[in-house]
Ligand binder design. Structure first.
Ligand code: COA
Length: 400
């Protein structure tokens, strides 16, 4: 019978095990390409449950939030951990509405952006510009981050809409305090507020896009925060990551594809050609969900409502053909970007506005994670396995 382990022997054993792990790590480390399947930290912000295709923000199912809340309530939830009371929401909205204006110099910076620049690039620059207007670096403590986050939540829609109007050669529309965030965004872009069907679908999209645990852009923001950098740098980095077509940029790619397909009759051939060329079909697949994205049914319903309201079901019909083949033959399911792309199209937005709209929403999740990372920080610094040239001697330039 083995001797009962004492505290001392257990310590010795653990030390030996540790040394073994380190040796193994040095000699032949396991590589987790893309960090797939690796859990790097805990979070209280949201929970993705691929086994049940579900997602909760602070314990509330996204479908439940989308059915019963406005986006502002979800933003409050993200930052305060609880849904607001009426009085709390009133105060939150009053604060948000009072911060929507951007400074005159900022308007002039936006006016200078090249007219052909992608709106994600101009938005990334605008958020970075906002960071230059306060001396956050090295000085201001992170406790002010909630205040800075509120400023970004309020100003990002204004930055996007102002840039949009200037690109079109139109005068800017200043924000209105009597409108919700969604209504005001339409007003600032188009000079009018659309019917409630459109506002509701837009609001639902913002709720669904708000947060999704350690996705690429949120992780980027957490990595930047982990070096004790500032929130503007973290959000700027998040925008850079979100822009990629494998992440947020997919909502734009989806609509480009649907427009390229043009008619339902052309959909199957288009897809077969893509598959034959070994190309990705944008709006399908997910790193975590392998049996369907929890957010899709809610966004799909909003898209159906919009299509009916607009009397334009063509994009839905094309989408269905693609989806049926991808699911039945490849078991690859659509992600949120798949219904969101055509929904934004039916709302009247130009395609390059879709990912900036995603930012309007995801700023809530990013900020919650930045605050969480700061509160319990450990520098994020993984290891790498060197696969380059063996160490060698430098030859003086005269001998090379
Ligand atoms: N179109 C065609 N095939 C796809 C696909 C897609 N959109 N997504 C995944 N696949 C295939 C892969 O080619 C791979 O096939 P293989 O095993 O024969 O090589 C298999 O499905 C597994 O995919 P994998 O690349 O391992 O998944 P991942 O977790 O690394 O990638 C995404 C996840 C999101 C990056 C990937 O699905 C993708 O690029 N999708 C398109 C972009 C998109 O919609 N992004 C938004 C995400 S919310």
């Amino acid at each position: 019978m083995a001797a009962k382990p004492t505290k001392k022997s257990a310590k010795k054993k653990a030390k030996a095990k540790n040394t073994k792990v380190k040796k193994a790590a040095a000699a032949d480390p396991v590589i987790y390409k893309g960090l797939a399947g690796v859990t790097v930290d805990t979070t209280e912000v949201s929970k993705v449950m691929p086994e049940t295709n579900s997602l909760t923000y602070r314990g509330y199912a996204v479908q439940d939030l989308a059915a019963n809340c406005r986006f502002e309530e979800v933003a409050y939830l993200m930052w305060h951990g609880e849904l607001p009371t009426r009085a709390q929401l009133r105060k939150f909205e009053k604060d948000e509405r009072s911060r929507r204006n951007i400074s005159r110099p900022h308007v002039e910076v936006i006016r200078q952006y090249p007219k052909r620049a992608h709106p994600m690039d101009t938005l990334r620059t605008s958020v970075s510009y906002l960071g230059t207007t306060e001396t956050a670096w090295g000085g201001e403590p992170a406790e002010k981050d909630l205040d800075r986050a509120m400023d970004m939540l309020a100003k990002i829609p204004t930055m996007i809409a102002t840039d949009y109007r200037f690109r079109k050669g139109l005068p800017r529309k200043t924000p209105r305090k009597d409108l919700t965030m969604s209504e005001n965004f339409f007003h600032m872009c188009f000079g009018e507020v659309p019917p409630k069907e459109v506002i509701r679908a837009f609001d639902i999209s913002l709720i669904l896009y708000a947060e999704h645990s350690f996705n690429a852009s949120t992780f980027t923001a957490r990595v930047i925060t982990s070096s004790r950098s500032d929130i503007y740098s973290a959000v700027t980095g998040g925008i850079g990551s979100l822009k990629g077509p494998l992440h947020g940029g997919a909502n734009e790619a989806v609509m480009h594809n649907l427009k390229e397909i043009r008619t339902p009759a052309r959909a199957e051939k288009w897809l077969r050609d893509k598959q034959a060329a070994g190309e990705l079909v944008m709006g399908f697949g997910h790193r975590v969900y392998k049996q369907g994205d929890s957010r899709v049914p809610t966004m799909r319903a909003a898209l159906e409502d919009l299509a009916k309201w607009k009397g334009d079901t063509k994009w839905l019909e094309i989408s269905d053909i693609l989806q049926n083949i991808m699911v039945s033959e490849k078991n690859i399911h659509p992600n949120l970007d798949f219904p969101a792309g055509p929904a934004y199209y039916l709302m009247g937005f130009e395609i390059d506005m879709y990912t900036p709209i995603f930012v309007m929403s995801r700023i809530t999740g990013w900020a919650a994670h930045i605050i969480e990372q700061n509160a319990s920080n450990s520098l994020i610094r993984p290891l790498s396995a060197y696969s380059g040239k063996k160490q060698r001697k430098v030859k003086a330039i005269s001998k090379r």
